[in-house]
Structures are given as C-alpha cells and as structure tokens.
Design a protein around this ligand. Structure first.
Ligand code: NAP
Length: 313
C-alpha cells in the first residue's frame, strides 16, 4: 500500500466507512462526543436512501421526507459537530495492527477505531444479458431511471417491498408495469400490496423466472419461464427493473474480520466485530430488518461502543 504524506498526517479517533443512516448517525454521536471523526462516504454518498423518493416511516416526519433530504440533514448535523467527510470509496483496510489503516486510493488514513457502515447493494440475476444491458434498459433503481420509460412497457423482477415500490414509482410514468415473481405470493408488506392492487397499470406474472433479457444494444423484450412446467415465453418490453434483494458491501474486509457465508459482518454484542476496536452498524451486518431507522439505531450503538472502547484505549 502506497502511503501519501497527506493521509498519514491524520490520526482520527474514529473512521466511519459508509454514509447511510448507520454511518451518519454514528458520525453525529462520535463528533458530538468530541471524538475526531472521519467519514469515508463512498463515491455515491448517502447510501440507499439517496435513491428513495419519499420516506414515510422515519419517525419525526409526519408528512414524510425525501430520502436525499433526510441524508442531507443527517450529514449537516454531523458536520455541525465537526465530522469530516471524504466523498470517495475506501479501497482497502489494514485492521491487523493499531492504529487501523483505511486506504482511499493511494492515501491512507489512520483511526484508533473503525466503524463499518458500508451497507448493501442490489443483487443481480447473474445473466450475461443483464450485465450487457445495464444502463440500456436494465436498471436497479426506478427512482433514478423511471423518467426514461414514459409511456413504455416495463418489467419489475422480485416480490419484496423494493419490487413493489419500484412498480408503484414506475406506474406514475410508464404505460404498463408487469411484476414478475418466482412464487405465487408477495413478500412485500400489506400496505404496499394494497397500493399496487389499486393501480390499474400494474399487473403480476406469478411463478415465473427470468431466462434472458432480449435485445442487442437496448432492451427489447424478456424471455421468461414458468417455474412448475419450465415452459418458456417472451414478452416485448422497453425496460427491466431488477429488485431481488441486496448483498453486503464487505469485499474490502474479507480476510480481515469475520464475515458469514453471505458476506455479512459477524457481530457480537450487537456492534463488535472479530477485531477489537472495529465496530459494525447497518445493512453490512443486518440482513433481517434493513430499515433506515434500525440502521440509524445501530449507528448510535456502534458510536457509543467506540466511545467506550476509546476511553479504555
Ligand atoms: P427482499 O425482501 O429480500 O425481497 C427480495 C425478493 O426478490 C423476494 O420476493 C425474492 O423472492 C425475490 N428474489 C430473490 N432472489 C431472486 C432471484 N434470483 N430471482 C428471482 N427473484 C428473486 O428484498 P427487498 O425487497 O429489497 O427488501 C429488503 C428489505 O428492505 C426488507 O426488509 C424490506 O422490508 C425493506 N424495505 C422496506 C421498504 C419500505 O418499508 N418502504 C422499502 C424497500 C425495502 P422470494 O419471495 O421467493 O424469496
């Protein structure tokens, strides 16, 4: 690892990797506790809420709040207490000795403690055609891309809250939205299911999986297969939105801290990782709740645990 002087001059009490609700809540708590705090935000700062339109279930906002506004507020609060932020990706870590080192390209930053809050990213189907057509009609974010599909036919793949939210968002602009789900029951919450059932533009294709996304330079259709009979059929469409869950963003920690089989950080006593002084919060560890409010709560706990650890350091 190349070390630049700029990086090595700075020793932080806490380095927080990630800037979703977990990372920024941790930053509010550590900076308010007078701990020298650096947030390495990721190139796309703010996490998954930056891709959400309306957040209706974060306490304190009875009329809802836009995801990006909520994140901007959280960052403003952390900055107010003196937290610093680098708007880049952490590219490597060395947690084998103290102080810990976090690399951002060729720059290294040192921390007496680290809070991992790198979150999770959308899962992919793993099809060659999906990879080839990303940005050419294949999308993982309706909020970002719905505007390209005004009056058009789109497919949403998945049966969870994300898939139904995507379908609802798309129905405001697209001409027709079909949700393709591999079972005959949605996993999504009742309230979202009811909203989708009231939306005439949204239809469902049950017990069906995706075989291939069709088109050379842009999406022109989709090849589907019935789960029970394996019968294949094709539909014409202009866009395919994939909403089949998430995977944790923990690649840079492999071999450094304990991860489970799916790559989630293994935590003991809620926030403690297998390395003393390294804590975790949010979707990088939590595959059960994955809510902004639970991530924020976990960020608070990680910050308090880091503060206690530094008191004993
Ligand atoms: P999820 O709940 O894990 O749902 C993923 C969906 O994709 C499931 O229906 C699953 O099918 C399907 N799926 C998974 N792998 C697949 C594959 N390879 N091919 C086809 N289908 C596949 O993920 P999510 O919808 O992203 O939600 C994640 C968490 O965030 C949840 O806890 C959710 O409640 C929360 N969330 C909440 C809100 C909200 O409250 N407004 C909004 C978005 C997300 P099966 O059902 O058969 O497993």
């Amino acid at each position: 690892m190349e070390k630049s002087l700029e990086g090595w001059q700075k020793l932080y009490d806490v380095i927080i990797i990630g800037s979703g609700p977990a990372g920024l809540t941790a930053a509010i708590y550590t900076s308010r506790a007078n701990l020298k705090t650096l947030v390495i935000s990721g190139a796309m700062w703010g996490g998954q809420l930056m891709l959400t339109v309306e957040v209706e279930n974060f306490p304190g906002f009875k009329d809802g709040i836009l995801g990006p506004d909520l994140m901007q507020n959280m960052w403003g609060q952390a900055e107010h207490f003196g937290a610093e932020m680098i708007f880049e990706d952490a590219t490597a870590v060395d947690l084998s000795s103290k102080p810990f080192k976090v690399m951002v390209g060729t720059k290294a930053y040192e921390g007496k403690s680290v809070i991992i809050a790198t979150g999770a990213s959308p899962k992919r189907l793993g099809l060659e055609s999906e990879q080839r057509l990303v940005g050419r009609g294949v999308s993982f974010c309706a909020t970002c891309d719905a505007a390209f599909f005004k009056g058009k036919k789109v497919i949403v793949v998945g049966g969870g809250d994300t898939a139904i939210e995507e379908a609802l968002a798309l129905s405001k602009l697209a001409g027709e939205v079909k949700v393709v789900h591999r079972r005959d029951k949605l996993r999504a919450s009742k309230i979202l299911q009811e909203r989708a059932s009231r939306e005439p533009k949204i239809g469902f294709i049950w017990n069906t999986t995706v075989r291939e996304i069709l088109g050379e330079d842009k999406v022109e259709g989709i090849k589907l297969a019935k789960v029970d009979s394996d019968d294949e059929f094709e539909l014409i469409c202009d866009g395919v939105f994939i909403a089949i869950g998430h995977k944790p963003n923990t690649e840079i920690f492999q071999g450094q801290i304990e991860l489970d089989e799916a790559g989630y950080v293994v935590a003991k006593n809620e926030t403690k990782t297998s390395v003393e002084g390294v804590f975790v919060a949010g979707d990088a560890q939590d595959h059960r709740y994955r809510q902004a409010i639970t991530a924020a709560g976990a960020g608070c706990k990680a910050a308090l645990d880091a503060e206690k650890y530094l008191g004993e350091f």
